[in-house]
Write a new protein. Sequence first.
Length: 278
Amino acid sequence: MSPKSRLYTLVKAWKNKPFQEVRDACGETWLGLDSQALEEHQSWSKRQAIGHEPIFNCKGTKLTGSLFRPLMSATDTQLLRLFMEGLDSVTYWYRGGRMIPGILPFPAHALASSEYIDALSDLILNSRLPVGLVTLGIQSLPEPHLESACKEGLLRLRRLGVLIHLLQFSGSASQLQWLEELQLEGVHIDMAHFRQSPLPQTLLSQLRQSKSARTQIYASNLTLVKDLSSASVMQVDHCYGGLMMPALSRHQMLQINNSQIAKAIFSLHPHPQPNGDK
């Protein structure tokens, strides 16, 4: 076999098989890569998975953040690994010249564990990311017996510059208490639930008043044009969901162009017709 045809065979195998299975004829690792390098490449491939949901301002003219979806359904044994992947993506965007804040969901029972908080603190400190690029999303409030420990853990992370958001905000009394007590930087309202059970106008007014304490309002799970209209009426700050843009890989997130976003989102709105044109 000529060197040229052998190289073609290797490149073709690399395209069609997992990287760690591409070896030369004598059984040695291709290109002399050791097992550690192969594991790093495999990890790089996994990081290209679709899991980053883009977040925009309400008008859809600017990318304002990303929600790391895999953490929403992670098991306890997967939490730290996926949190590390989320941090790695935010670092990837930052080094690529884009300041894209990442919202990393985390279950409340884990935030009440000092072991998890110690591990999260180490990961965040080692990332050396600027303040404001890492946001922790509380998926739901903890059980009463874990409430004190959870708040203590959140305050420890906040001292590292981590922002705190409450996902799946419904306006319950306990959630409002957390909002005021911890001065949360963001609350997320699921628009699918909002269609069935709209938030009272008094609660919306209270949320807008809380914005003086830097609380941002997010409308999540936008799937209908009506959801976008409702979000505009509610005067939310940020929107995300399938209507805006589906989840992407971290490299696709880096390539998002704000002008293209605006063109796509504005096409959802009816345009006024000229006089005489029915």
